[in-house]
Every structure is written in structure tokens, then in C-alpha cells.
Design a protein around this ligand. Sequence first.
Ligand code: F6R
Length: 247
Amino acid sequence: MTDYKPTIVVLEDADAVSEYVKDEIVKQIRAKPNAILTLPTGGTPIDTYALLVKAYQNGEVDFSNVTTTNLDEYWPIKKAHPSSYAYYMTEHLYGHVNLKPENVFIPDGEAEDFDAEAVRYRAILEQYPADLGFITLGPGETCHIGFNERGSAEDSVVRYVPLDDQTIEANARFFDDPQDVPKGAITQGVADILSAKRILFVATGEHKAWGLRRSLQGEINSDSPASFLRRHRQVIVIADKAAASLL
Ligand code: F6R
């Protein structure tokens, strides 16, 4: 199997990272107005989405022909729950730009049968192969991408996964009651993520430094699902100085 050395861009701080990622996404959409983007949620991308909304409002980018496929959604969770990723995407992006509702896809946290939902979502990904994947690094030792927790295989595809205790702990900040963090999620698999033509892999903050080093310089294996990104020819790692401090 071939391994590649990703390009690594280290920027001063998280604001500079958000600006850089926004510029890359705008460039992608300008180069291909019907681009297909894979998108994350969580804390890292919030400012990037705010900058994309601004770019849209300033007439710098047009989402009318863009398609988005989100990485993951908690399961089970109601779409109307303020901590669901469906709600998050509406709040931070979908509600403010001219994406067409029929062109935005996210796993259904309300699906009764998560296996059937995984099959449905996988078919969507096959229909809409990503031009650009915007991928962020999970917390602590998880080294997760999407919700591919430790133990995830390189050839994994969309499926239900139990969440790592470290993920549940880190994501409790998004819930009024930490007990409410769902114990599982439906996520794109590692293979789904790697099928994007190009990938932006983003990490900010000192708390991501260990995981970034493990993912970029440690062995490529399931102990760090993010390490599988080194099997992809076109990955740009974008980190702030704090996240890159152990490289
Ligand atoms: C969310 C996702 C997760 C998060 C990751 C980092 O869609 O796929 O991999 O991106 O847990 O979360 P933050 O940015 O909150 O540190």
C-alpha cells in the first residue's frame, strides 16, 4: 500500500486556519460551481462556516449548484434537538446560504433502523462522490475522523458506531445535560472519507497536538483512524501553531 506525505500548512492561530479553509472552499466552488463537499460539525468549523456565510453575502460565492454530504450524525437524536448535527448545519450554514435543500445530505438520526439508514446514506455518497472533504481531527487520543473511532478499519464504510468515551466527554459541552450525549452515531467510514478527490485535514488548539502528531507521524493503523489519511495522495493538513506544536 502506498503512503504519501501530506502537505502541512501551519498558521498562527485558529482564525487564520478558518480563513484559509474558507478560501480553499470558495476556490473549489469557483473552479467547479456544482462541487460536492463533505462537511464536518463540532467546534473547529464554526468560524469557517461564519466566513463562508459572509463570503456568500458579499457575492463572492454561490452555493446554488453545490452539494454537501455531512460526515456524521448522532444516533438516536431528533433533528430538532439543538445539539443534533442537522440543527447545527442549519444554524451555521444551510440557513444562511443558497444551498438547495435537495442538495444537502446528512445521516438521519431519527431513523428507526440504523443499518438501513447506513445503506441509504452509502448510496447517496456513491451518487455524490466528494470533490473536497473538509475533515477535522477528533479529541484526545481518539484520532477520529468523522466518528470513526479507534479500531475503525481502512476499508470501513457508512455504519452505526458506538462513540468513544473521550468523544462523549469532549462533546458534552454541546449539551445542556452532559448525560444527554448520545452513545452512538452514524458516520461515513474511513473508505468513504478517503474517496474524496482532495482533503483538507484541520486541527486547531493545543489539545489536538498529541493526536495530530500520532496521526501524521505514528504508524498508519486503526489506533489512529486519522492516520489513514496518509494513504490519500491529495491531503492538505491545516493546523494552527498550537496543534502543530509537537510535529
Ligand atoms: C463531526 C465530526 C468529528 C469532529 C471532531 C472534532 O462531524 O466528524 O470528527 O469533527 O470530533 O470536533 P471539534 O471540532 O469539536 O474538536
